[in-house]
Design a protein around this ligand. Structure first.
Ligand code: FE2
Length: 257
């Protein structure tokens, strides 16, 4: 008896054929491909912010909402790097510590978080959530909605599961920092001199983080090639969620806060 195509038993094919399976040697180029596809500067948020009338951008309410969303997204990643997996050997802890210090160990007890809030206060933002209220990601997410809440809720699980989300965020961060600085500078020319941007650009902090995250992850994946597929899959998920943050911010601009 003939069996029609619909009646034939379904044959499950492996999602990744063995020969196509990404290996540790291809990891860096795969992350760079994901980063290229999800470059924040291609998102309309930055152009819309630059092109808006300055009197609209100077709205304390709008600036406060931009601060809340952006700071929450940054906070989620800064908190989650303390829970990165596979980096527990002493030499790896030393390398992680240098990245923690760049965010949370600035001279005089300063942090990247405080620097960002000071820059927004100086622009006139009505700050909606005080610095020390940025705590547990699930709690912070309750102050957000849409893609921003989704991003903040997603980060702790993804960052603690594999190194891919961290790699892709660090690889993209210089691009969005520069795009944000350029767009804000149209309305607040002095903002590029704010320590949040100026120190980061002068010291090449985000380029260093990108390189270091890829370097340590390559070491891990050479020893544990079984982790490569999960690492890249999580990186793609993180990059898509980050696109959502820029989409959310762009919607804030369209609705003027
Ligand atoms: Fe970074």
């Amino acid at each position: 008896m003939l069996i029609s195509a619909l009646e034939r038993p379904v044959e499950f094919e492996p999602a990744v054929v063995e020969a196509d399976r990404p290996d540790a040697a291809r990891f860096r180029s795969e992350i760079e491909a994901i980063a290229e596809e999800h470059r924040p500067s291609r998102m309309p948020f930055f152009v819309r912010l630059a092109n808006m009338p300055s009197e609209a951008v100077r709205s304390p309410t709008l600036l406060g909402r931009i601060h809340l969303v952006y700071q929450a997204a940054m906070h989620a990643t800064r908190a989650a790097v303390y829970h990165l997996p596979h980096l527990d050997a002493p030499a790896m802890r030393k390398r992680k510590l240098l990245i923690f210090v760049d965010d949370d160990g600035l001279p005089g007890g300063d942090t990247h978080h405080y620097q960002l809030t000071r820059a927004f206060r100086r622009m006139g933002a009505r700050i909606l959530l005080d610095d020390e209220e940025f705590g547990d990601a699930a709690e912070v997410a309750r102050h957000l909605d849409g893609e921003a809440a989704n991003f903040v809720r997603l980060v702790p699980g993804l960052y603690s599961r594999s190194l891919g989300p961290w790699c892709v965020v660090e690889t993209l961060s210089n691009d969005w920092m520069r795009s944000l600085a350029d767009a804000l500078a149209v309305h607040f020319p002095w903002v590029v001199d704010e320590p949040y941007f100026a120190e980061c650009f002068a010291q090449g902090v985000e380029e260093r983080h990108a390189e270091e995250s890829l370097n340590v992850t390559e070491i891990v994946l050479r020893a544990r090639p079984d982790l490569v597929t999960r690492t890249l899959c999580d990186a793609e998920t993180m990059a898509q969620a980050l696109d959502g943050v820029w989409q959310h911010l762009e919607r804030l601009l369209r609705h003027r806060g």
